[in-house]
Ligand binder design. Structure first.
Ligand SMILES: Nc1nc2c(ncn2[C@@H]2O[C@H](COP(=O)(O)OP(=O)(O)O)[C@@H](O)[C@H]2O)c(=O)[nH]1
Ligand SMILES: [Mg+2]
Length: 325
């Protein structure tokens, strides 16, 4: 299933219930007094943030969300029942735009709730119109129509960490190994055309972002659309493959740093952990040598091979700890 980061929908708040004309019936007096209740208010439409990056895909088929209408007023001056509100669940990081009013709401935190459409007020029953000059009011009003609009939702995914590196560095493989993601893996370049996402224990989102480096060589046209997924990432995981000749490892690292700089948006200033990948392809003394070389540039280094479960487990724990801070 492709990752969905944009949807559109139509939503409508409930209409207010109508106010009614009713009379109190007392013994011996047919129309003892006005007793028509007001209509109940229509339900409101809310959005609510959830920690679930796949929920937009599930909403994709739903074109319309509707809150319930209020009920009509009742006799004995009773107000009609209010219509139930609805809550549309959207992933944290959703930007919701009302296309009629232009109003924008952003969901930044888990469980955050925001009202996007107001239900209509209930109409007035005849009891409301009772006055010394109007003792037998025949008036009532109908309820106000609930607000209605088209919306777009764009996900500015708040990934906690972004995986970056040259093509073939092992980003998608590592994402799959660390999380339950199912990113495509290939030994050819540019396998990743959608952002792949996975969650570490605790719900920290890792994003394997295409276009950041893989598309960076001008003209691939992926750059900015996907870049928005890492704008707010706290941490970059910079993967460098040990498959390449030792002599080129630092150079590989620097190519990516330069691309980050070119992209701007503060990416070079983010915290970075260098992850040396595919350690199974070289011997232990080589790993040590490369670690020392890289440590002169960045002291936060981890090593991993997706073929070695214990190295994956160690890395997972290390990253969870880093992200908790
Ligand atoms: N031997 C070995 N191969 C790996 C490892 N990680 C990834 N690969 C292989 O390297 C190639 C590129 O991996 P991929 O995850 O698609 O890299 P990406 O382009 O950075 O996403 C694939 O053929 C993977 O099977 C590893 O730890 N050890
Ligand atoms: Mg990939």
């Amino acid at each position: 299933m492709a990752f969905i980061d944009e949807i559109q929908f139509h939503a409508k708040a409930g209409d207010g219930g109508t106010g009614v004309v009713r009379w109190r019936h007392e013994k011996g007096r047919e129309f003892a007094g006005a007793a028509g209740g007001n209509g109940g208010p229509g339900g409101d439409v809310y959005v609510r943030a959830v920690r679930d990056i796949n929920i937009l895909a599930r909403h994709k088929a739903v074109k319309r969300f509707e809150a319930r209408d209020g009920s009509a007023g009742q006799n004995q001056s009773m107000q009609g029942k209010g219509g139930d509100d609805i809550y549309i669940e959207l992933p944290i990081g959703s930007v919701i735009k009302n296309l009629s009013s232009g109003r924008v709401v952003e969901l930044l935190e888990d469980e955050q709730v925001s009202k996007i459409l107001h239900g209509g007020r209930g109409g007035l029953g005849n009891e409301h119109f009772k006055a010394s000059t109007n003792v037998r009011p025949e008036q009532s009003t109908s309820g106000v129509v609930g607000e209605e609009a088209d919306f777009t939702v764009e996900l500015n995914l708040i990934a906690d960490a972004g995986l970056i590196g040259l093509p073939n560095a092992g980003k998608s493989s590592l994402l799959n190994a660390l999380t339950h993601a199912k990113a495509k893996v290939g030994s050819y370049e540019f396998t990743t055309l959608d952002p792949n996402l996975g969650a570490l224990p605790g719900g920290y989102v890792l994003a394997d972002i295409p276009g950041l480096i893989e598309g960076a060589s001008e003209g691939r046209g992926l750059g900015h659309k996907f870049l928005r997924h890492v704008k707010r990432t706290k941490l970059l995981l910079h993967l460098v493959s040990l498959e390449n000749p030792i002599s080129s490892i630092v150079a590989d690292y620097k190519i990516v740093r330069k691309e980050l700089d070119k992209f701007g948006e503060g990416l070079v200033d983010k915290d970075e952990i260098v992850i040396l990948t595919k350690t199974d392809m070289v011997d232990a003394s080589t790993v040590k040598k490369i670690k020392e070389k890289v440590a002169k540039i960045n002291k936060n280094i981890a090593v991993v091979s997706v073929l070695d479960d214990s190295s994956v487990k160690k890395l997972r724990e290390y990253l969870s700890k880093k992200l908790e801070k």
